[in-house]
Design a protein around this ligand. Structure first.
Ligand SMILES: Cc1cc2nc3c(=O)[nH]c(=O)nc-3n(C[C@H](O)[C@H](O)[C@H](O)COP(=O)(O)OP(=O)(O)OC[C@H]3O[C@@H](n4cnc5c(N)ncnc54)[C@H](O)[C@@H]3O)c2cc1C
Length: 483
């Protein structure tokens, strides 16, 4: 609990309506989309302007209170969980689109603008903001920037870092700076690039200048139906190896297809081993040729049928199934743990087989729907969260999946960030010298370690991400693991 005088200072900045301290009010901020941890904040503030964010950070700095920035809380790696308590600073009131410049193909937005709202606002200009995480109906541009979010269409367009020209940032001392701006290049160090993906540990993004893309002349959406994941994976590998980069190439396995179809009625086949949802955008001149080549790779790898969406309604329905897959799985099973990892595309068939084996060994159903074109896997472990024993199996299986992916030449996260979920795995990827170099960057930005502390860097404690400070008492693993 923060001292009264600190609370009075915070209330003086944001007003009583935007400071939450009662247990029943702060409860919903103890967790984000990561199911294995939770921790209560001491206070939640909802500032309405950059000046208010800066003033809150100055109070926090003076009293040495941690500050955890938060957008919509859809993050899947626990990045917005206040592991050491302190202030959760929620940016959702800062949701104004400040400028749309169709000629310059850019927009200036506050950090709390929802990704889908930005896209709806720029659509009349035939423009779009390319990063399209599955959470885009809820997640904020600030959260997308902090996690360097990806999405189905990032295969061709690149992830968030490729679409951010500048950011206004509140630094740990409460000062406000602009990094980058409206021009395509800024001289000197790429500090904008450094902030993108820094998960709220280097500064709080309050505004951003983002690039907008023009819609392609022609687009087509296909559903290729395969007997199994192996064949679909090979079709992905062959397509990209031939130098063709579809805008999106998403895979759904048999289990996901059945669960999604029951909930969403997207017209997915119930008897398929896997499908690829493929989207291609190009000039009309070359679209047919590209589609022909991709269909060829699908058929030579055993696709029994390739459906093409014939109108916008059919296209939207095919995508609805993919975008609502996580929700559909949640309808099917009470608790989901969605892992995020990347493997080289050529390793997809083998890694997918190993993941299936892990699921069988641990007795945990694993559904797969993922950005296959990037080799970015999302094995989703379905379990009954009421059973502490199930949590233990999920943690162990999740760790084994990570090891398999790294041994295949992959990495521990594709797009969801490190947060607390992956912090112990960082030492699998980096040497102590690498981690020390990263810590020096953190210290340069945040000498007192107040911005989103306890994230990204390994603590050396096994399963340190499974926290004690819970409200409901659900404790996934036994006590000694976090001592
Ligand atoms: C159904 C579902 C589908 C998803 N699909 C995808 C996907 O396809 N691709 C993908 O990349 N992710 C996906 N995600 C994960 C998540 O939605 C993204 O990481 C998203 O960018 C998080 O945005 P948010 O506003 O919810 O941020 P939060 O969850 O609130 O925060 C995420 C991190 O960013 C920090 N942060 C938030 N706002 C700021 C700010 N203004 N300044 C500094 N730091 C900040 C937080 O401290 C935290 O570390 C999905 C999640 C769900 C639930």
């Amino acid at each position: 609990m923060l001292e009264d005088r600190i609370l009075r200072e915070l209330e003086g900045i944001v007003g009583p309506a935007h400071l939450l301290v009662q247990p029943e009010d702060v409860l919903v901020y103890e967790q984000d989309g990561y199911v294995l941890s939770r921790s209560l904040p001491d206070a939640v503030v909802l500032p309405g302007s950059t000046e208010e964010v800066a003033a809150v950070v100055r109070v926090a700095r003076e009293h040495r209170v941690p500050v955890v920035p938060r957008g919509a809380g859809t993050g899947l790696a626990g990045g917005a969980i206040p592991v050491g308590g302190g202030i959760v600073l929620v940016l959702t009131r800062m949701n104004h689109i400040l400028e749309i410049d169709p000629r310059g193909r850019l927009a200036v937005v506050e950090a709390g603008v929802i990704n889908a709202d930005l896209n709806a606002a720029v659509a009349p200009y035939d423009l779009f903001f390319a990063p399209d995480p599955g959470s885009q109906a809820a997640s904020t541009i600030g959260g997308n920037i902090a996690n360097n979010a990806g999405g189905p269409h990032c295969l061709a367009y690149g992830v968030t870092t490729n679409h951010v020209l500048g950011v206004e940032v509140v630094l740990a001392d409460g000062s406000v700076v602009w990094l980058g701006g409206k021009t395509l290049e800024s001289p000197g160090y790429d500090l904008t690039g450094l902030l993108v993906g820094s998960e709220g540990t280097l500064g709080i993004v309050t505004k951003a200048v983002v690039r907008l893309m023009r819609k392609a002349e022609g687009a087509r959406t296909l559903l290729a139906i395969f007997p199994g994941v192996d064949q679909a994976s090979q079709a992905v590998s062959d397509t990209i190896a031939a130098g063709i980069i579809p805008t999106a190439m998403e895979m759904l396995d048999a289990m996901t297809l059945r669960i999604v179809e029951e909930a969403v009625h997207a017209g997915y086949p119930l008897d398929a081993g896997a499908v690829l949802l493929i989207e291609v955008e190009a000039t009309l001149e070359i679209l047919d040729r590209l589609i022909g080549q991709i269909e060829g790779f699908c058929r030579s790898n055993g696709a029994r049928e390739i459906r093409t969406a014939t109108n916008e309604g059919e296209r939207a329905l095919l995508w609805k199934g993919r975008k609502e897959a996580f929700g559909a799985l949640g309808r099917y099973m009470s608790s989901l743990y969605l892992a995020d990892t990347v493997v080289p595309r050529h390793a997809l068939p083998e890694v997918m087989r190993e993941i299936a084996g892990i699921g069988e060994r641990y007795g945990i159903p694993i559904a797969n729907f993922f950005h296959a074109g990037d080799g970015n896997l999302h094995p989703t472990l379905l379990f009954d969260g009421r059973s502490p024993e199930a949590w233990e199996r999920v943690v162990a299986a999740g760790e084994e999946i990570m090891r398999v992916c790294i041994e295949a030449g992959g990495t521990i996260t594709g797009e969801h960030g490190v947060g607390i979920e992956k912090q112990e795995y960082m030492s699998w990827m980096y040497s102590e010298a690498d981690l020390q170099a990263m810590k020096k960057v953190k210290e340069a930005f945040d000498p007192h370690g107040l911005l989103n502390p306890g994230k990204i860097f390994p603590t050396g404690k096994k399963a340190a991400h499974l926290l004690q400070k819970t409200t409901t008492g659900i404790r996934p693993v036994s006590g000694e693991l976090w001592t």
